[in-house]
Design a binder for this molecule. Structure first.
Ligand code: MN3
Length: 197
């Protein structure tokens, strides 16, 4: 069975930036639905979740679109929950050094990421990704596309689908995009990057 990660904190942990009801519905309804759907398409668990994007050709062609979409939905939300915390944290180690090298400092990096998020059209995510040589890029991807499909390693992301903010922020997506940085957690990203190369 394919599964989502366990939510790493309580539903109200991200208050007041993201309200309890939004986290509850987002995790228990939206995120779980991707796992439910994927398990309906794949009955025999042979390929690990994070290998599905690269091995999508091993599935029947008529199912590939839905399999990729739902696997991406699990993976992208797994990363999103780990990119947030009630105890926010800054990048560390190699990741901090690379961000300082590429962007000058964390504040500039954060502003570049925020600007990228504001430019996303439709539903999708902003990601910080690394390639196999450790080069960093900030990218937007639509819907549930995963950077893994492009041989990129997702380190950190922000969900920009309306369900991630609409109950509280309504049409004010830019406020969500800025406020969420008060709960940003780079422990997971720092750890992935540290062991990457
Ligand atoms: Mn979502």
């Amino acid at each position: 069975m394919y599964q989502t990660i366990k939510l790493p904190y309580d539903y109200d942990a991200l208050e007041p930036v993201i309200d309890e009801q939004t986290v509850n519905i987002h995790y228990n309804k939206h995120h779980q639905k991707y796992a439910e759907n994927l398990n309906n398409y794949i009955k025999d668990y042979k390929i690990p979740l994070n290998q599905i994007p690269k091995r999508i050709n091993e599935f029947q062609i008529q199912n590939r679109g839905q399999i990729l979409y739902n696997a991406g939905g699990i993976l992208n939300h797994d990363l999103y929950w780990q990119s947030l915390s009630d105890t926010p944290s800054l990048p560390k180690g190699k990741l901090l050094n690379k961000i300082n090298h590429d962007y000058g400092n964390f504040t500039n990096f954060k502003q570049t990421f925020i600007n990228k998020s504001k430019n996303l059209v439709g539903s999708g995510y902003t990601f910080l990704v690394a390639d196999n040589n450790g080069n960093l890029t900030i990218i937007n991807l639509p819907n549930q596309e995963t950077p893994l499909s492009y041989n990129l390693i997702p380190l950190f992301n922000i969900d920009l689908w309306e369900h991630s903010y609409y109950l509280k922020y309504k049409n004010e997506r830019n406020n969500y995009i800025e406020n969420i940085w008060n709960k940003a957690n780079f422990d997971n990203a720092s750890s992935i990057y540290e062991n990457l190369f």
